[in-house]
Design a protein around this ligand. Sequence first.
Ligand SMILES: O=C(O)CCC(=O)C(=O)O
Length: 269
Amino acid sequence: MGNHLSAAAVAAYRRDGYVHPLPCLTTAEAKRYRDGLEAWERESGEQATLIIRNKGHLKLRMLYDLVHDPRILDAIESVIGPDILCWSSSLFVKEPHDPAFVAWHQDSYYWGLEPDDVVSAWVAFAPSTLANGAMQVIPGSHTAPQFPHRKSAEGSGNMLFTHEEIAVDVDEGQGVSLLLGEGEMSLHHVKIVHGSPPNRSDARRYGYAIRYVAPHVRQRGDMPYATLVRGRDDHGFFKRDPVPTRDFDPAVLALFPNRKPVQHQRPAG
Ligand SMILES: O=C(O)CCC(=O)C(=O)O
């Protein structure tokens, strides 16, 4: 059975748009990922959360191995089937006592992927708690229509790259915090309304969000790239990502440069 979800967990995912907590890494493995990221930050002088946002698994080899981890893929297979592409991944690190937060949003608003057989595995390299700003979701919101979004106010601290936030009132009282132990993961649907408050604790909060799609999913606009991580792709809607031969492989960076969050601008008017 591996790490496949039970029938009850799949039903909960379909009803609520998320499922947690799920087993994934051992605590020793989670620590190895934290240590690896911190070592890279010391050597490079960069902040991992700013750099490892755009296809992080192609930038650091250890993350490339992680997106292929059968413990994650078994759970993903339970919700989108046996043929799985890894489309993207983003590292969200929240510094202790930093006011940065993730505004309420739906990933479907800006990813342009259809149909919505798209699921994120959010892997906790450190415990994710109420104090350190665990991700929150609005149960069942993935079944609502797509909501409008807008740019959040300048200097608001919204960690999203393009500073999007949902443009309708969110009943925060309905929010469920996805508390996770070190090495556990949650799954969330591409349309679920989610966000997360600041980290008010003394330690970093680490979440690595891996975006998986079924091969029949298409992206609006340019033909995107993805990595086939399980099964087969009989559709050909995605070009193949390069296989990284080392960390920050120049062949990868030529296609997917490191991006930093866009300059904050409010639309005129
Ligand atoms: O890490 C967080 O708090 C938010 C992550 C997120 O927005 C996502 O994975 O889609």
